[in-house]
Design a binder for this molecule. Sequence first.
Ligand code: ATP
Length: 387
Amino acid sequence: MATVTLDKVNKVYENGFHAIHDLDLNIADKEFLVLVGPSGCGKSTALRMIAGLETVTGGEMRIGDKVVNDVEPKDRDIAMVFQNYALYPHMSVYDNIGFALKLAKVPKEEIDRRVRQASKILELDANLDRKPGQLSGGQRQRVAMGRAIVRQPAAFLMDEPLSNLDAKLRVQMRAEIAGLQRELGVTTVYVTHDQVEAMTMGDRVAVLKDGYLQQVDTPQNLYDRPDNVFVGAFIGSPSMNLYEGVVAFDGEGASVQLGSQSLRLDASSVASRPGLKAHDGKPVIVGIRPEDFEDAAMIDHDTTGKQLTSTVSLIEALGSEIMVHFDLDARRVDSGDPDAIEEQDKAANSVGRFHPRSRVRMRDDVTIAVSTENMHFFDFGDHQAIR
Ligand code: ATP
């Protein structure tokens, strides 16, 4: 068991491309840490440096107390699970799982004990004689996991291990892997571009963009208290709505101007964000999560001052909730996440997650209540959270 520590780690590829900038991460013993971010943000590079498959060009990498910058992958006491599993097609499940141990000249009886133990945990006992080609996608994934488990490593490193599975199996396997990791208590670093996978699996999640660490925290804290616009928009689906707004203070609190409409912030909301005062009268970025918009007709308390009006341009009824798209005349802000921009292109500039009993229809004029106490504010210049 071990900690994994990245201390101002940098990666400059041979062509001069600077893929990782001063990355600091302290991964605790037994922790499940997820590295997440859009394509090209450097998550695989970071993982491959921990594995020793890429050189570290600056900073220090430690596994446990040992500096491993110059240690060969095979001597790092880690086991990797890749997205393509890299199983040997001509070998049985049993031999695939035990192969690394055989190479390491572990005695036959010990190999047998560990393979049987792992296959029991993974419910592969009945398939030990089969070849990978005779297994389902999920079973193949488990064989790849089995191969990592039998090595009893200090850490598991996983690079998008579920990306080849269909959506339903992915949900099942993500619960299995998270459960297994907890059971085995092995420090794990897991790479994915899927923020739902990151949020549901990680003890903590590190969000990367363009080779820079944006924030590392528990899933709930990332969601509730994003440090900047990018994290706010990247975590959560549909994405946080982002607008240019202006905050104006008065005797009882403050209000936020969003285009031609205004929302009231009560005194307690203002008190919990002392940093907002410095932005009085200036443009800020306002973030509102879809669930903080609601059909005002569904709310039985008074929401005066905390309402917006618009016209419904699209409705997606999902059974347990309704996604209601509408336009506000406030300027929309780009979060820097390519997927969020795509999402924004196909619909109106705002989306609310309404109660399923809401009666709103396409093209209706609608009054929308806003949970202003949950609004997010970011600096217009550097995109950092205002608190
Ligand atoms: P994806 O989700 O698409 O796999 P990623 O976040 O894992 O993306 P990396 O594979 O770590 O991203 O790549 C980070 C950046 O480094 C990318 O811009 C990529 O083009 C670049 N890169 C990767 N390998 C090399 C290399 N050998 N030489 C130069 N640049 C590289």
